[in-house]
Write a protein of this length. Structure first.
Length: 292
């Protein structure tokens, strides 16, 4: 049974990484230029992609990126060569047999990867914003449901007057960091949980309130955190129902988490919240700010 579960999880995580990479490349190429920071991002991301690094296509890309960075100078010729290679790598990945690129789950991985690629150079150009708008417009399911719904709404608001201001671009950039958990200014390539759905202004009460936890917590194992909540007067639920008061998202993401930086519990909680249920989605930090 454990072997079957491992094989299932391995396949899911492998497929997630392949889908992520296809769209990371999409995001990197969206403005037609491969920048230094984007090459560095690809190098670091590939070094951490253990589930797919033994694939021949990925090995060749990783070796090429590492070679470009060896002398710490990226020439224009190297940029153009890498850009051509990335288009080919995309096609080669999509041709890998038995990899899921066509499910709703895969669409979420593709969106996550695209957003990572768009912010890999720590900025958003107008072309990249328009590309994300086009990409979401093509996917009816994503743009009408979490997390695409929030991103799509913000982008449409930004584009409504035909002018993208610096503040609007900065706001979208921050939103993409919150969604992907990819905070490059803090040195995090792919390691923080999503903050996109968090009710940042929520008041957190403990007594007789029901909490559900998801993700990986900096404070320790989930079981020990649940014990602290109970001692402080709170109740616990193993799953998300309309009767819980708070869903708490751990600070850290995990490559084994089904949707990378957001999971099923978050998706379900957002759905209940959108239907008017009194569920607050809070961060680990918000929880611990009220724990004794």
């Amino acid at each position: 049974m454990e072997d079957k579960l491992y094989a299932f999880n391995y396949t899911k995580n492998r497929d997630k990484l392949f889908a992520n990479l296809v769209s990371i490349i999409d995001g990197v190429l969206a403005d037609g230029v491969v920048r230094d920071d984007e090459v560095l991002y690809l190098d670091t991301w590939l070094l951490e992609a253990k589930h797919i690094i033994n694939n021949g296509v990925i090995k060749s890309l990783s070796a090429r990126v590492s070679d470009i960075l060896t002398d710490r100078i990226i020439t224009d010729d190297e940029r153009e060569e890498l850009k051509g290679s990335l288009y080919k790598i995309q096609k080669d990945i999509l041709d890998i047999p038995d990899v899921d690129f066509y499910s709703v789950e895969s669409d979420l991985h593709l969106l996550n990867g695209l957003c990572k690629g768009l912010i890999a150079d720590r900025q958003l150009s107008d072309d990249e914003i328009h590309y994300l708008d086009w990409w979401l417009t093509q996917n009816g399911i994503l743009k009408n449901n979490y997390p695409g719904k929030e991103l799509y709404s913000l982008i449409k608001s930004i584009l409504s007057d035909g002018v993208i201001t610096k503040d609007e671009s900065s706001k979208l950039h921050t939103t993409l960091i919150d969604f992907t958990g990819c905070d490059l200014d803090s040195g995090v390539v792919d390691g923080l949980a999503t903050r996109l759905p968090i009710n940042a202004d929520a008041t957190v009460n403990l007594t007789n309130k029901t909490f559900c936890l998801t993700g990986v917590f900096m404070a320790g194992k989930r079981a020990s955190i649940e014990m602290v909540i109970e001692k402080a007067g709170g109740k616990l639920s193993s799953g998300v129902t309309k009767n819980i008061n708070y869903l708490v998202i751990g600070t850290l993401s995990s490559r084994d988490w089904r949707f990378s930086s957001h999971g099923r519990k978050i998706e379900k909680a957002v759905s209940y919240r959108d239907r008017g249920e009194d569920i607050k989605i809070i961060s680990e930090e918000m929880l611990f700010s009220v724990l004794p």
